[in-house]
Design a protein. Structure first.
Length: 603
């Protein structure tokens, strides 16, 4: 018996990226033509995943359930492709189709058992084919699953089927273009314009913005069950005022993206196709995310301003571009071990992830460099200066880690050289002393906290040190290095304090005075550090007197002590000084942290 027909390729079956396109991407940019090359590769990947899924599903005992065989959905996709290739391309490149196909393949292979009934999950293919057929104007009928009281049509919207009493529905369109979704007694007539709401039909909204000749349109996805690639879930329709708020904020952010000239705005618009509002939050950084499985999708929490929103869009566009490039050109061998310090993450990261971070923050550095030169408001410019100084330093740190530890391919070396060349120009730009010092401190702070939370010296190596301290003898050598034992990592509040001091020093000073008035040792030490006040060292010592396990205070002490053996020991081996302090205080009184660090640093 013959298998399902092969979906015809769009253009060449082989994918090539030109030297010019590769160079542009290495420099952190890339326009619409370059993104079209990357998108062609993503289309082929999606097509191959779908075909593999259909082949696996054909012999699976749990399928097709109450739906037609997946091969029928595939044949409908082929018909749609032959009628209107753009319709199928839109579905093949729809981010949620990518998320679903990978998830469903894992379930078919038995490596992931979570989720709805397998036939229902596999039925997303039928819904995808129905969407393609609607867009192509085909006459067709296709059975699809009903999930959470609705029929989801990828890239289009959903039909409410409440009270239908059925697990399946039928999507159909006649030769006159009349289309509907029916299940039992419920019938939803689909509108001629599927981009508009109608009775029983909720269309995917769009965010649109046009500035300085650069236009961007994103789907505002609050409906698709796979829209959040971190956590699939039911639709959560935004209210009209909230949707209008996203449109307003997006238009303001896009104006800033369109004005900067370090990353091609056309390329950003071409590779970002879907925005998913989420409510995740972080202690210091607004949340945004993208995934190689969801080409073109950006998850984002409500950002605190247009500039941060714009930086997040560029950040995720960089991730999207690099993920697509890596599907075409290998840049690094291996690099999957989660063992390295990343200047942007609290957890140990693989070198592959650090490469992603370097590329994303190259774009973010370029955005803030542009804002430094464009901002007219002094407060906004001061904030941009700090972000520029911080992001370029973090990116340089990531490049150094890759050069020291990554096994790069020949193309990978060229790519990293291009990134380093671009960043080198920005590293040469002068930055005011206070902002430069704060940025350097923040980078050091992050590294210290990483070591304090994730590195532990072997217990047997501490014994000679403990005995030497108690005997009043000299340390038995340099402090032993810790080995990786990942632990829980909490961000310090210093980044938040630094940002407020840069953008609004009067408000920051008021917060500092209130912390002093309230006797809030934790906040007061951080505000003193942000103000570059030497009193911060005393504040961190006071915090350690209250809580010797306050790792943020240990890192703060390393930042604020004057130069000498104590500062050097805490900066080089903070995990060892901390471990010694813990061991010594279990057998008696806690030693003075500065005296212990100075003793250890003299070895």
């Amino acid at each position: 018996m013959a298998g399902p027909p092969v979906l015809p390729p769009a253009g060449s079956a082989r994918h090539r990226i030109t030297t010019e396109e590769f160079r542009d991407l290495a420099y952190g940019t890339g326009g619409r033509d370059t993104i079209a090359t990357l998108a062609a590769g993503q289309r082929s990947r999606s097509m191959l995943l779908l075909r593999a899924l259909v082949d696996l599903a054909a012999g699976h005992p749990a399928l097709p359930g109450p739906l037609p065989p997946p091969a029928e959905a595939w044949r409908l996709l082929v018909r749609a492709e032959r009628r209107r290739a753009a319709a199928v391309n839109r579905l093949l490149l729809h981010p949620q189709v990518g998320v679903w196909s990978r998830r469903c393949l894992r379930r078919l292979r038995g490596t992931d058992g979570d989720g709805p009934p397998l036939w229902e999950e596999a039925g997303y293919l039928h819904a995808t084919a129905a969407s393609a057929a609607l867009l192509a104007g085909l006459e067709f009928r296709m059975s699809v699953p009903v999930r959470a009281g609705a029929v989801h049509l990828p890239a289009l919207g959903l039909a409410r089927m409440d009270g239908c009493g059925s697990d399946t529905a039928e999507v159909h369109q006649d030769r006159f273009g009349r289309r509907a979704v029916t299940a039992g007694p419920v019938r939803v007539q689909l509108p001629a314009d599927l981009g508009r709401d109608a009775p029983g039909w909720q269309a995917l909204r769009r965010l649109t913005a046009d500035h300085a000749g650069h236009r961007c349109t994103l789907l505002l996805d609050d409906l698709d069950p796979y829209r959040d690639f971190l956590r699939p879930g039911p639709p959560e329709r935004l209210g009209a005022p909230e949707a209008r708020g996203w449109q307003r904020d997006f238009a303001r952010a896009w104006a800033l993206v369109a004005e900067q000239d370090n990353v091609d705005p056309g390329g950003v618009a071409a590779c970002c196709t879907s925005l998913v509002p989420v409510r995740y939050s972080g202690p210091a950084e607004p949340f945004s995310a993208s995934s190689p499985a969801a080409y073109g999708c950006v998850l984002i929490s409500p950002p605190p301003g247009a500039a941060v929103f714009a930086a997040s869009l560029i950040h995720e566009a960089q991730h999207i571009k690099l993920g697509a490039l890596l599907d075409l050109v290998p840049l690094v061998h291996g690099g999957r071990e989660e063992a390295h310090h990343s200047p942007w993450r609290t957890d140990p990261r693989p070198l592959y992830g650090i490469l992603q971070g370097v590329y994303a923050f190259l774009g973010v550095t370029g955005f803030w460099q542009s804002r430094v030169h464009r901002e007219q408001d002094p407060a906004a410019r001061n904030a941009a200066v700090l972000e520029f100084a911080l992001r370029r330093a973090q990116t340089a740190h990531g490049i150094a880690t890759l050069r020291a530890h990554a096994s790069l391919t020949a193309h990978g070396r060229r790519f990293l050289d291009g990134i380093a060349e671009r960043l080198g120009r920005w590293l040469a730009e002068p930055v005011p002393g206070p902002a430069l010092r704060t940025a350097q401190d923040l980078c050091t702070d992050h590294r210290l906290l990483h070591r304090l939370h994730h590195l532990r010296p072997a217990p047997g190596r501490l014994g000679p040190w403990i005995r030497a301290w108690r005997a009043g003898a000299a340390p038995p050598g340099p402090p032993p290095a810790g080995t990786l034992r990942p632990g829980r990592h909490r961000e310090a509040a210093r980044l938040t304090a630094a940002r407020l001091w840069a953008a609004d020093p009067d408000r920051a000073a008021a917060r500092r005075e209130r912390a002093a008035r309230d006797g809030d040792l934790r906040a007061r030490a951080d505000w003193d550090w942000a103000a570059h006040d030497p009193a911060a060292a005393r504040g961190y010592l006071a915090r350690l007197a209250q809580d010797p396990d306050d790792t943020a205070a240990w890192a703060g002490l390393a930042l604020t002590l004057p130069d000498g053996p104590a500062r050097r020991a805490l900066r080089r081996r903070p995990e060892t000084v901390y471990a010694l302090h813990r061991a010594l205080r279990t057998g008696g009184g806690a030693p003075d942290p500065v005296a212990l660090a100075a003793w250890a640093g003299a070895g």
